[in-house]
Design a protein around this ligand. Structure first.
Ligand SMILES: NC(=O)c1ccc[n+]([C@@H]2O[C@H](COP(=O)([O-])OP(=O)(O)OC[C@H]3O[C@@H](n4cnc5c(N)ncnc54)[C@H](OP(=O)(O)O)[C@@H]3O)[C@@H](O)[C@H]2O)c1
Length: 210
């Protein structure tokens, strides 16, 4: 698949590398073309000069920007997202990291409300960038939770999550992104309390179904 990653930071860089290793064609864009080039070249992908250029031919778009930039990025991409799978990897954190900035809704649902023609999927947000780069810990696969309303889009992203090395888990409809964003915040707050190494990941133990 052709996958555009918007944002060339911790998440953009980690996912660019693991998605290229999974055999996909990755294009990275950011505010700064030089940064996008550095990240894309390190991963084995290419850089695009603008966010709109990055998504033009993409099958899947990954939003890997700070929550504060999310609305502007989605509006800028506009009809460029129509019909595409849009993975929201963001977490709507408060600036002081002491909680989530929004209640009763998720960032992913906000993206869907702004980009009505897109197939928005929540994924990757519960894993730190270190685990997005390498989801296996001592041979154990971290869980990769995926939430979406569009079932074919969700199936595609579950496959991508698995191809990178996570154990893919269907977390339900897009509304479940509210729980996934809270789960991400819990992992972050545990790291902050424990002088963390930012390597922890969620793993359900026990059988998921009978
Ligand atoms: N870090 C993690 O472990 C982790 C894990 C899961 C989810 N997340 C979430 O993923 C998102 C990204 O996190 P991160 O740690 O990768 O952040 P980051 O390192 O700060 O990177 C964010 C990237 O987005 C770029 N950006 C900002 N505004 C943009 C715009 N208008 N157009 C294009 N690119 C833009 C930034 O460019 P500049 O460098 O020019 O500012 C930077 O390259 C956040 O929502 C975060 O909560 C993070």
């Amino acid at each position: 698949m052709k996958i555009a990653i918007i944002g060339a930071g911790n998440v953009g860089g980690a996912l660019a590398g693991s998605i290229v290793r999974a055999g996909h064609d990755v294009t990275v864009s950011s505010r700064d073309l030089a940064k996008a080039r550095t990240v894309a070249e390190a991963a084995g992908g290419r850089a695009a000069a603008t966010n709109r250029d990055a998504v033009r031919d993409a099958d899947v778009v990954v939003l890997a920007v700070p929550y504060g930039a999310l609305a502007d990025v989605v509006d800028e991409l506009g009809d460029g997202l129509t019909g595409k799978i849009v993975i929201d990897a963001t977490n709507p954190l408060r600036a002081d990291y002491q909680g989530l900035a929004i209640e009763g809704i998720s960032a992913a649902e906000q993206v869907q409300a702004r980009a009505k023609g897109a197939k928005v999927v929540k994924a990757f947000n519960t894993a730190f960038a270190s685990r997005q780069a390498d989801p296996r810990i001592d041979g154990v696969q971290a869980d990769g939770f995926v939430a979406a309303d569009d079932e074919p889009a969700k199936a595609t992203v579950l496959e991508l999550v698995g191809a990178i090395g996570f154990r893919p888990i269907d977390a339900g409809p897009l509304e479940a992104a509210r729980a996934l964003e809270a789960l991400a915040f819990l992992n972050i707050s545990l790291q902050l309390r424990n002088n963390g190494a930012w390597q922890t990941a969620w793993k359900l133990v026990g059988p998921l179904s009978v």
